[in-house]
Design a protein around this ligand. Structure first.
Ligand SMILES: CC(C)(COP(=O)(O)OP(=O)(O)OC[C@H]1O[C@@H](n2cnc3c(N)ncnc32)[C@H](O)[C@@H]1OP(=O)(O)O)[C@@H](O)C(=O)NCCC(=O)NCCS
Length: 196
């Protein structure tokens, strides 16, 4: 399932405290200045339910993925879905795995590194016996979903698109500071999922 695109070794491992400055720099550039904070990474490292993977390429930090595992009580807090059959679907599940935030350093994108870290997260979801895995994929205002190829490799397919979603996910005045379209963000989110 892993593509063999990379010319040098890409390796996934658990993110550690010392990686946080590198992870924050990638997040700032790729996901926006207000999307993840140092606290988000440190809380994930210490959490029992969430986990965070780092990926290195030729020994250098290349990117990260934050994932959550939760039950029906946290569906609204985690996914913020509108009243819909999709929300009802997740409310009926006991263990939900969310491939939450991921970003690869801009100069290393397209080499298969995002797929490598996604597969490491997938394996972890399997070991945690999730009933379903899902992601809210960032669809840029001009229509591209960069992470789509990665999600399809994890076996996920799209179900629902939510406009203006990212402004609801950050606590910033005036909306999300999007690295593509500015503040407020005009991009949308597409819910992908796969029953396990
Ligand atoms: C999305 C992202 C994590 C993918 O990581 P990556 O290392 O570039 O991905 P890979 O090289 O493993 O490529 C996986 C698939 O995605 C496709 N892909 C890669 N970059 C892409 C891009 N910029 N736009 C569209 N598709 C892209 C590739 O074609 C590949 O499919 P293929 O193997 O069938 O050709 C990375 O591009 C990124 O950090 N983007 C900016 C932040 C972002 O959008 N994060 C996701 C938020 S939901």
């Amino acid at each position: 399932m892993h593509p063999m695109k990379f010319l040098k070794p890409a390796l996934s491992r658990n993110l550690v405290k010392e990686d946080i400055p590198d992870a924050l720099a990638v997040s700032y550039e790729e996901l926006g200045s207000d999307y993840l904070s140092e606290k988000d990474f440190s809380e994930t490292i210490e959490s029992d339910s969430a986990f965070c993977k780092a990926v290195t390429y030729d020994g250098q930090f290349a990117g990260f993925a934050i994932c959550q595992v939760f039950g029906p009580d946290n569906v609204d807090d985690m996914l913020r879905l509108p009243d819909s059959p999709e929300r009802d679907y997740f409310l009926s599940k006991d263990r939900i795995g969310l491939f939450d935030s991921t970003a690869i350093r801009k100069d290393l994108q397209g080499l298969g590194i995002g797929t490598e870290i996604a597969m490491a997260c997938y394996d972890k979801f399997v070991s945690k016996r999730t009933d379903v895995i899902c992601a809210m994929a960032w669809k840029r205002v001009y229509g591209t979903i960069n992470v789509e190829g990665v999600l399809r490799k994890m076996g996920m397919t799209p179900y629902l698109e939510i406009l203006g979603y990212w402004n609801r996910m950050v606590d910033s005045r005036g909306g999300h500071d999007c690295p593509v379209c500015g503040r407020p963000c005009k991009c949308s989110a597409v819910l992908y999922r796969r029953e396990m």
